[in-house]
Design a protein around this ligand. Structure first.
Ligand code: SF4
Length: 314
């Protein structure tokens, strides 16, 4: 099939199967272009709640599709490649969490949304990078906290809240290494005057959030959702913007804010798990209705509690 025939086939299948295609901001451009909605992981999970379609094809990594399933147990959610994992998710196992909790009775467990359904079922609170500090601050000061799995997000939260009784799991996303301080400073020097924008979606950007909080970055730094990035770029007198996040997000920014120029802090900030979803796999999954995302009901209910607590805090 030519690329054009593939797009026609996706449209046919979407209508025949009464399906909706949701794509994460870090997906390859052809997937973003064919999707009905492109967004961050919680935005996609919420979109999955709103839809009246029979099938949701979730183009993202597995834990994100699982989160959508936890929030939407009655819906069929397909992932075009179930091997699309996440190095941050893999940095902690269920046994690790259970052991850590047993060693720290009375501690409250807070975990980044970048974790598996099994891990979420062991958490008291789930959090995103955007609300992690707020969630930690809402826990009584005398209560010890176990924070997992992203050490950079944990250090950022510790710095923001001044919390002393908080242990941090030493997990990391391998993509963050492409956005280290040296690369940030090099990019800032190459584009003097450009605003630096960080999308707080994944472990790839949490090192940058930490450096910004520590005052290590000289350029004006903004931690924004995609929508806020677009609004800021459109309203700003500046024409140039540096983006310190996985490079997939640049496709959307360029589409939504034409006339402005976006530069990645690092071209090599690429999550290969995100790029495992291809147009061919999308067609295959929808055509054959394969790779449904399933979560054990007991695990789902416990995981849902931690997500609902997060939503209640804000
Ligand atoms: S960018 Fe990092 S944290 Fe995000 S999905 Fe990829 S490996 Fe996981």
């Amino acid at each position: 099939m030519t690329e054009e025939q593939k797009l026609i086939r996706i449209d046919q299948l979407r209508k025949e199967k009464n399906a909706v295609i949701l794509a994460h901001n870090y997906q390859i451009a052809p997937i973003q272009d064919v999707a009905d909605y492109v967004g961050d992981s919680l935005g996609l999970a919420r979109m999955a709640q709103k839809t009246d379609k029979d099938i949701i094809v979730f183009c993202g990594v597995y834990f994100m599709a699982e989160t959508a399933k936890i929030l939407n147990p009655g819906k069929t959610i397909l992932i075009p490649d179930p091997d699309a994992g996440c190095s941050l998710v893999d940095s902690i196992t269920l046994t690790d969490v259970q052991k850590w909790k047993a060693e720290n009775p009375g501690a409250v467990t807070v975990g980044y949304v970048n974790s598996s359904a099994e891990i979420k079922s062991e958490l008291d609170y789930c959090c995103t990078s955007g609300n992690a500090a707020q969630i930690v601050a809402s826990i009584p000061a005398e209560t010890p906290i176990l924070f997992l799995p992203d050490m950079f997000l944990g250090m950022y939260v510790k710095r923001k809240t001044g919390r002393k009784n908080m242990q941090i799991w030493a997990g990391e996303c391998h993509v963050h290494a492409a956005i280290d301080l040296k690369k940030i400073n090099k990019a800032v020097a190459a584009h003097p005057g450009a605003d630096l924008m960080v999308h707080p979606e994944c472990g790839c950007s949490t090192t940058c959030m930490l450096h910004a909080a520590e005052g290590d970055i000289t350029a004006p730094t903004y931690i924004y959702s995609t929508e806020k990035m677009v609004n800021h770029a459109m309203a700003s007198a500046n024409d140039d913007f540096l983006i310190a996040t996985e490079v997939g997000i640049l496709h959307r920014l360029k589409k939504e804010a034409p006339g402005k120029t976006f530069f990645p802090v690092s071209e090599s900030a690429v999550c290969e798990y995100m790029k495992m979803i291809t147009v061919d796999k999308l067609i295959d999954s929808l055509e054959k209705e394969i790779h449904p995302v399933e979560v054990d009901e007991n695990i789902r209910q416990k995981a849902l509690l931690s997500i609902e607590r997060m939503i209640a805090v804000g």
